[in-house]
Write a protein that binds this ligand. Structure first.
Ligand SMILES: [Zn+2]
Length: 367
Protein backbone atom coordinates (compact mmCIF):
# COMPACT_ATOMS: atom_id res chain seq x y z
CA UNK A 1 0.00 0.00 0.00
CA UNK A 2 1.15 3.49 -0.75
CA UNK A 3 2.29 5.52 2.21
CA UNK A 4 2.10 2.67 4.69
CA UNK A 5 5.17 2.19 6.84
CA UNK A 6 5.61 -1.30 8.17
CA UNK A 7 6.79 -1.50 11.78
CA UNK A 8 10.49 -2.06 11.89
CA UNK A 9 11.44 -5.26 13.65
CA UNK A 10 14.79 -6.91 13.98
CA UNK A 11 13.65 -9.33 11.29
CA UNK A 12 12.61 -6.85 8.60
CA UNK A 13 15.52 -4.52 9.39
CA UNK A 14 17.68 -7.49 8.67
CA UNK A 15 15.73 -8.25 5.46
CA UNK A 16 16.06 -4.64 4.39
CA UNK A 17 19.77 -5.09 4.43
CA UNK A 18 19.65 -7.99 2.02
CA UNK A 19 16.51 -7.63 -0.11
CA UNK A 20 16.86 -5.05 -2.88
CA UNK A 21 14.08 -2.44 -3.08
CA UNK A 22 11.13 -3.56 -5.17
CA UNK A 23 10.99 -2.06 -8.66
CA UNK A 24 7.84 -1.55 -10.78
CA UNK A 25 8.98 -4.25 -13.20
CA UNK A 26 8.98 -6.72 -10.31
CA UNK A 27 5.23 -6.09 -9.98
CA UNK A 28 4.10 -6.01 -13.62
CA UNK A 29 6.04 -7.31 -16.59
CA UNK A 30 5.03 -7.69 -20.26
CA UNK A 31 5.22 -11.29 -21.49
CA UNK A 32 3.77 -13.04 -24.54
CA UNK A 33 0.43 -13.76 -22.81
CA UNK A 34 0.02 -10.13 -21.73
CA UNK A 35 0.84 -8.02 -18.71
CA UNK A 36 1.91 -10.42 -15.96
CA UNK A 37 1.74 -9.68 -12.22
CA UNK A 38 4.02 -12.28 -10.66
CA UNK A 39 3.55 -11.28 -6.98
CA UNK A 40 -0.24 -11.38 -7.50
CA UNK A 41 -0.23 -14.43 -9.79
CA UNK A 42 -2.50 -12.98 -12.50
CA UNK A 43 -2.44 -11.37 -15.94
CA UNK A 44 -4.15 -8.17 -17.02
CA UNK A 45 -6.12 -8.53 -20.30
CA UNK A 46 -4.23 -11.66 -21.37
CA UNK A 47 -4.28 -12.49 -25.08
CA UNK A 48 -3.77 -16.22 -24.38
CA UNK A 49 -5.63 -18.49 -21.96
CA UNK A 50 -4.20 -18.16 -18.43
CA UNK A 51 -5.12 -19.47 -14.98
CA UNK A 52 -6.14 -16.08 -13.58
CA UNK A 53 -7.13 -13.05 -15.68
CA UNK A 54 -8.01 -9.55 -14.51
CA UNK A 55 -9.85 -7.76 -17.32
CA UNK A 56 -10.26 -4.03 -17.95
CA UNK A 57 -13.25 -4.04 -20.34
CA UNK A 58 -15.40 -6.09 -22.68
CA UNK A 59 -13.85 -5.35 -26.11
CA UNK A 60 -12.73 -8.56 -27.75
CA UNK A 61 -9.04 -7.63 -27.92
CA UNK A 62 -8.95 -7.26 -24.11
CA UNK A 63 -11.59 -9.75 -22.98
CA UNK A 64 -10.97 -13.21 -24.41
CA UNK A 65 -12.52 -16.53 -23.49
CA UNK A 66 -10.85 -19.63 -22.07
CA UNK A 67 -9.27 -18.36 -18.84
CA UNK A 68 -9.36 -20.40 -15.61
CA UNK A 69 -10.70 -17.46 -13.60
CA UNK A 70 -11.76 -13.94 -14.57
CA UNK A 71 -11.99 -10.94 -12.28
CA UNK A 72 -13.73 -7.91 -13.82
CA UNK A 73 -16.64 -5.52 -13.29
CA UNK A 74 -20.12 -7.07 -13.47
CA UNK A 75 -20.72 -5.31 -16.81
CA UNK A 76 -17.53 -6.69 -18.34
CA UNK A 77 -18.39 -10.20 -17.15
CA UNK A 78 -21.92 -9.85 -18.58
CA UNK A 79 -20.57 -8.64 -21.93
CA UNK A 80 -18.17 -11.58 -22.08
CA UNK A 81 -21.08 -13.92 -21.33
CA UNK A 82 -23.16 -12.32 -24.12
CA UNK A 83 -20.31 -12.69 -26.59
CA UNK A 84 -18.83 -16.07 -25.67
CA UNK A 85 -21.62 -17.92 -23.87
CA UNK A 86 -21.97 -19.09 -20.28
CA UNK A 87 -18.75 -21.10 -20.22
CA UNK A 88 -16.43 -18.30 -21.23
CA UNK A 89 -14.27 -18.90 -18.11
CA UNK A 90 -13.83 -21.54 -15.41
CA UNK A 91 -14.79 -19.13 -12.63
CA UNK A 92 -15.75 -15.47 -12.45
CA UNK A 93 -15.68 -12.83 -9.77
CA UNK A 94 -17.20 -9.36 -10.03
CA UNK A 95 -15.49 -6.34 -8.52
CA UNK A 96 -17.01 -2.86 -8.15
CA UNK A 97 -15.31 0.47 -8.79
CA UNK A 98 -13.51 1.56 -5.64
CA UNK A 99 -13.44 -1.95 -4.16
CA UNK A 100 -10.05 -3.24 -2.98
CA UNK A 101 -8.94 -6.84 -3.24
CA UNK A 102 -5.80 -8.55 -2.06
CA UNK A 103 -4.34 -10.95 -4.62
CA UNK A 104 -1.18 -12.69 -3.44
CA UNK A 105 1.25 -9.97 -2.38
CA UNK A 106 -0.51 -7.11 -4.18
CA UNK A 107 -3.68 -5.09 -3.68
CA UNK A 108 -5.81 -4.19 -6.67
CA UNK A 109 -8.51 -1.59 -7.04
CA UNK A 110 -10.75 -0.81 -10.03
CA UNK A 111 -11.46 2.76 -11.19
CA UNK A 112 -13.71 3.97 -14.06
CA UNK A 113 -11.90 4.33 -17.41
CA UNK A 114 -14.68 6.21 -19.28
CA UNK A 115 -14.15 3.99 -22.36
CA UNK A 116 -17.31 1.84 -22.48
CA UNK A 117 -19.89 0.61 -19.94
CA UNK A 118 -18.05 -1.23 -17.14
CA UNK A 119 -14.56 -0.28 -18.36
CA UNK A 120 -11.95 0.00 -15.64
CA UNK A 121 -8.42 1.08 -14.90
CA UNK A 122 -6.71 -1.35 -12.58
CA UNK A 123 -4.49 0.01 -9.81
CA UNK A 124 -1.96 -2.57 -8.62
CA UNK A 125 -0.17 -1.71 -5.36
CA UNK A 126 2.68 -3.56 -3.74
CA UNK A 127 4.72 -2.26 -0.82
CA UNK A 128 4.95 1.49 -1.54
CA UNK A 129 4.58 1.32 -5.35
CA UNK A 130 1.30 1.91 -7.19
CA UNK A 131 0.98 1.07 -10.89
CA UNK A 132 -2.18 1.92 -12.81
CA UNK A 133 -2.98 -0.12 -15.94
CA UNK A 134 -5.57 2.04 -17.65
CA UNK A 135 -6.63 -0.33 -20.45
CA UNK A 136 -8.43 1.76 -23.08
CA UNK A 137 -9.69 5.08 -21.75
CA UNK A 138 -11.09 8.47 -22.64
CA UNK A 139 -11.45 11.64 -20.63
CA UNK A 140 -14.27 13.00 -22.84
CA UNK A 141 -17.86 12.90 -21.51
CA UNK A 142 -19.97 9.85 -22.41
CA UNK A 143 -23.60 9.51 -21.28
CA UNK A 144 -23.38 5.70 -21.41
CA UNK A 145 -20.65 5.02 -18.85
CA UNK A 146 -19.06 6.25 -15.61
CA UNK A 147 -16.64 9.15 -16.20
CA UNK A 148 -12.88 8.59 -16.31
CA UNK A 149 -11.21 9.03 -12.95
CA UNK A 150 -7.64 10.29 -12.52
CA UNK A 151 -5.79 7.87 -10.23
CA UNK A 152 -2.57 9.22 -8.69
CA UNK A 153 0.19 6.64 -9.12
CA UNK A 154 3.92 6.04 -9.47
CA UNK A 155 3.72 4.28 -12.83
CA UNK A 156 0.94 4.93 -15.34
CA UNK A 157 0.38 2.47 -18.17
CA UNK A 158 -1.32 4.30 -21.01
CA UNK A 159 -2.72 3.26 -24.35
CA UNK A 160 -1.63 5.25 -27.41
CA UNK A 161 -4.29 4.44 -30.01
CA UNK A 162 -4.38 8.12 -31.00
CA UNK A 163 -0.90 8.96 -29.74
CA UNK A 164 -0.01 11.59 -32.31
CA UNK A 165 -0.51 15.37 -32.03
CA UNK A 166 -2.63 15.30 -35.24
CA UNK A 167 -5.40 13.50 -33.35
CA UNK A 168 -7.77 16.02 -31.74
CA UNK A 169 -11.24 14.56 -31.57
CA UNK A 170 -13.19 17.75 -30.88
CA UNK A 171 -16.69 17.73 -29.41
CA UNK A 172 -18.77 14.64 -30.25
CA UNK A 173 -21.95 16.78 -30.02
CA UNK A 174 -20.77 18.76 -33.07
CA UNK A 175 -20.44 15.55 -35.06
CA UNK A 176 -23.97 14.53 -34.04
CA UNK A 177 -25.23 17.93 -35.28
CA UNK A 178 -23.54 17.17 -38.62
CA UNK A 179 -25.39 13.87 -38.82
CA UNK A 180 -28.74 15.48 -37.97
CA UNK A 181 -28.15 18.26 -40.52
CA UNK A 182 -27.59 15.60 -43.18
CA UNK A 183 -30.78 13.76 -42.17
CA UNK A 184 -32.71 17.02 -42.49
CA UNK A 185 -31.09 17.77 -45.85
CA UNK A 186 -31.82 14.35 -47.39
CA UNK A 187 -35.27 13.25 -46.11
CA UNK A 188 -35.60 10.74 -48.97
CA UNK A 189 -32.38 8.91 -48.11
CA UNK A 190 -31.52 6.52 -45.28
CA UNK A 191 -28.56 7.27 -43.00
CA UNK A 192 -26.39 4.29 -42.14
CA UNK A 193 -23.95 4.90 -39.32
CA UNK A 194 -21.10 2.42 -38.92
CA UNK A 195 -20.12 2.07 -35.26
CA UNK A 196 -18.53 -0.59 -33.06
CA UNK A 197 -21.28 -2.77 -31.57
CA UNK A 198 -19.98 -2.45 -28.02
CA UNK A 199 -19.90 1.09 -26.73
CA UNK A 200 -19.75 3.33 -29.78
CA UNK A 201 -23.20 2.45 -31.13
CA UNK A 202 -24.87 3.05 -27.78
CA UNK A 203 -22.96 6.30 -27.28
CA UNK A 204 -24.04 7.59 -30.70
CA UNK A 205 -27.67 6.73 -29.90
CA UNK A 206 -27.46 8.44 -26.49
CA UNK A 207 -25.86 11.53 -28.07
CA UNK A 208 -28.64 11.66 -30.69
CA UNK A 209 -31.20 11.62 -27.85
CA UNK A 210 -29.30 14.36 -25.99
CA UNK A 211 -29.42 16.42 -29.19
CA UNK A 212 -33.24 16.13 -29.12
CA UNK A 213 -33.66 13.45 -31.83
CA UNK A 214 -36.67 11.42 -30.66
CA UNK A 215 -37.63 9.40 -33.75
CA UNK A 216 -37.13 5.61 -33.63
CA UNK A 217 -33.52 4.60 -34.27
CA UNK A 218 -32.93 1.42 -36.27
CA UNK A 219 -30.43 -1.32 -35.44
CA UNK A 220 -28.59 -3.98 -37.41
CA UNK A 221 -29.40 -7.35 -35.81
CA UNK A 222 -25.78 -7.80 -34.64
CA UNK A 223 -26.19 -4.84 -32.29
CA UNK A 224 -29.38 -5.89 -30.60
CA UNK A 225 -28.10 -7.98 -27.68
CA UNK A 226 -25.45 -5.57 -26.45
CA UNK A 227 -27.71 -2.53 -26.93
CA UNK A 228 -30.53 -4.17 -24.97
CA UNK A 229 -27.94 -5.01 -22.31
CA UNK A 230 -27.01 -1.31 -22.02
CA UNK A 231 -30.69 -0.51 -21.54
CA UNK A 232 -30.97 -3.19 -18.84
CA UNK A 233 -28.17 -1.38 -16.96
CA UNK A 234 -30.17 1.83 -16.95
CA UNK A 235 -28.80 3.57 -20.05
CA UNK A 236 -31.84 5.24 -21.68
CA UNK A 237 -31.72 4.99 -25.48
CA UNK A 238 -35.28 5.86 -26.54
CA UNK A 239 -37.27 3.84 -29.08
CA UNK A 240 -35.15 1.28 -30.94
CA UNK A 241 -36.28 -0.94 -33.81
CA UNK A 242 -34.62 -3.72 -35.74
CA UNK A 243 -34.12 -3.03 -39.47
CA UNK A 244 -35.12 -6.60 -40.31
CA UNK A 245 -38.57 -6.79 -41.84
CA UNK A 246 -38.92 -3.03 -42.41
CA UNK A 247 -39.91 -2.01 -45.97
CA UNK A 248 -37.23 -0.16 -47.94
CA UNK A 249 -39.44 2.90 -48.50
CA UNK A 250 -40.12 3.15 -44.77
CA UNK A 251 -36.41 3.59 -44.07
CA UNK A 252 -36.25 6.93 -45.93
CA UNK A 253 -35.29 9.72 -43.54
CA UNK A 254 -34.26 7.29 -40.76
CA UNK A 255 -31.00 6.59 -38.93
CA UNK A 256 -29.65 3.05 -38.63
CA UNK A 257 -26.67 1.92 -36.55
CA UNK A 258 -24.69 -1.00 -37.98
CA UNK A 259 -21.32 -2.67 -37.43
CA UNK A 260 -18.73 -0.96 -39.67
CA UNK A 261 -18.28 -4.07 -41.81
CA UNK A 262 -22.01 -4.15 -42.68
CA UNK A 263 -22.02 -0.63 -44.12
CA UNK A 264 -20.03 -1.79 -47.15
CA UNK A 265 -21.79 -5.07 -48.00
CA UNK A 266 -24.95 -6.19 -49.80
CA UNK A 267 -26.93 -5.63 -46.62
CA UNK A 268 -27.04 -1.90 -47.52
CA UNK A 269 -29.27 -2.65 -50.55
CA UNK A 270 -32.31 -2.75 -48.31
CA UNK A 271 -31.93 1.02 -47.71
CA UNK A 272 -33.10 3.78 -50.06
CA UNK A 273 -30.01 5.57 -51.47
CA UNK A 274 -28.10 5.33 -48.16
CA UNK A 275 -25.76 8.01 -46.87
CA UNK A 276 -22.88 6.08 -45.32
CA UNK A 277 -21.46 7.53 -42.12
CA UNK A 278 -18.81 6.11 -39.80
CA UNK A 279 -18.27 7.14 -36.17
CA UNK A 280 -14.59 6.72 -35.30
CA UNK A 281 -11.56 8.66 -34.17
CA UNK A 282 -9.92 7.49 -37.41
CA UNK A 283 -12.32 9.70 -39.36
CA UNK A 284 -9.95 12.59 -38.59
CA UNK A 285 -7.85 11.05 -41.38
CA UNK A 286 -9.57 11.99 -44.65
CA UNK A 287 -7.75 9.31 -46.66
CA UNK A 288 -9.12 6.70 -44.30
CA UNK A 289 -12.71 7.90 -44.77
CA UNK A 290 -12.26 7.94 -48.57
CA UNK A 291 -10.71 4.50 -48.57
CA UNK A 292 -13.74 3.10 -46.73
CA UNK A 293 -16.20 4.90 -49.02
CA UNK A 294 -17.54 6.93 -46.10
CA UNK A 295 -19.65 9.84 -47.27
CA UNK A 296 -20.17 11.36 -43.83
CA UNK A 297 -17.17 10.89 -41.50
CA UNK A 298 -18.02 11.47 -37.82
CA UNK A 299 -15.03 12.01 -35.53
CA UNK A 300 -16.36 10.29 -32.41
CA UNK A 301 -13.86 8.24 -30.46
CA UNK A 302 -13.93 6.17 -27.29
CA UNK A 303 -10.17 6.68 -26.88
CA UNK A 304 -8.38 9.73 -25.51
CA UNK A 305 -6.94 12.02 -28.20
CA UNK A 306 -3.44 13.52 -28.00
CA UNK A 307 -4.54 16.25 -25.59
CA UNK A 308 -6.41 13.73 -23.46
CA UNK A 309 -3.46 11.37 -23.27
CA UNK A 310 -0.95 14.05 -22.32
CA UNK A 311 -3.28 15.82 -19.87
CA UNK A 312 -4.02 12.49 -18.18
CA UNK A 313 -0.35 11.55 -17.90
CA UNK A 314 0.26 14.95 -16.27
CA UNK A 315 -2.67 14.60 -13.89
CA UNK A 316 -1.66 11.17 -12.53
CA UNK A 317 1.61 12.65 -11.23
CA UNK A 318 3.36 9.45 -12.30
CA UNK A 319 7.13 9.71 -12.72
CA UNK A 320 7.23 6.71 -15.01
CA UNK A 321 5.04 6.02 -18.03
CA UNK A 322 4.68 2.75 -19.91
CA UNK A 323 3.07 3.14 -23.32
CA UNK A 324 1.23 0.37 -25.08
CA UNK A 325 -0.94 -0.63 -28.05
CA UNK A 326 -1.01 2.18 -30.53
CA UNK A 327 1.40 4.82 -31.69
CA UNK A 328 3.88 4.70 -28.83
CA UNK A 329 6.86 6.65 -30.20
CA UNK A 330 5.51 10.20 -30.10
CA UNK A 331 4.06 9.75 -26.62
CA UNK A 332 7.27 8.22 -25.26
CA UNK A 333 9.15 11.17 -26.77
CA UNK A 334 6.74 13.67 -25.22
CA UNK A 335 7.18 12.07 -21.79
CA UNK A 336 10.96 11.96 -22.06
CA UNK A 337 11.08 15.64 -23.04
CA UNK A 338 9.14 16.41 -19.84
CA UNK A 339 11.70 14.52 -17.77
CA UNK A 340 9.50 11.46 -17.18
CA UNK A 341 10.89 7.97 -17.48
CA UNK A 342 8.98 6.40 -20.38
CA UNK A 343 9.12 3.28 -22.45
CA UNK A 344 7.02 1.35 -24.95
CA UNK A 345 5.70 -1.95 -23.57
CA UNK A 346 5.55 -3.77 -26.91
CA UNK A 347 2.45 -5.77 -25.99
CA UNK A 348 0.90 -7.42 -29.04
CA UNK A 349 -2.69 -8.43 -29.76
CA UNK A 350 -4.53 -5.22 -28.88
CA UNK A 351 -6.21 -2.62 -31.07
CA UNK A 352 -8.56 -4.95 -32.95
CA UNK A 353 -11.67 -4.33 -30.92
CA UNK A 354 -14.82 -5.75 -32.45
CA UNK A 355 -14.64 -5.68 -36.21
CA UNK A 356 -10.90 -4.91 -36.46
CA UNK A 357 -11.58 -1.45 -37.73
CA UNK A 358 -8.54 0.09 -36.14
CA UNK A 359 -5.80 0.13 -38.74
CA UNK A 360 -2.60 -1.83 -38.14
CA UNK A 361 -0.07 0.02 -36.00
CA UNK A 362 1.64 2.76 -37.94
CA UNK A 363 -0.70 2.76 -40.96
CA UNK A 364 -1.81 6.31 -40.30
CA UNK A 365 1.41 7.42 -38.67
CA UNK A 366 2.17 9.97 -41.38
CA UNK A 367 -1.37 11.32 -41.65
ZN1 LIG B 1 -11.51 -0.99 -26.00
Amino acid sequence: MRGSSPRMTAKNLCEADYIPKMRPQDILVPVAAGLCCKPGDFYIDPVRPVERAVITHGHSDHARSGHGAVLATQETLDMMRLRYGDNFAGRTQAIAYGEELKLGDVTIKFHPAGHVLGSAQIAVSCKDICIVASGDYKDAPDPTCAPFEVVPCDVFITEATFGLPVFRHGDAADEIRKLLASVALFPERAHLVGAYSLGKAQRVIALLRLAGYDAPIYLHGAMEKITRYYESRGVALGELRLVKGIKKADLAGTITLAPPSATSDVWTRRFPDPVTAFASGWMRVRARARQRGVELPLVISDHADWNGLTATIDATGAGEIWVTHGQEDALVHWCTAKGLAARPLDLVGYGDEDESDAPPVGEDAGA
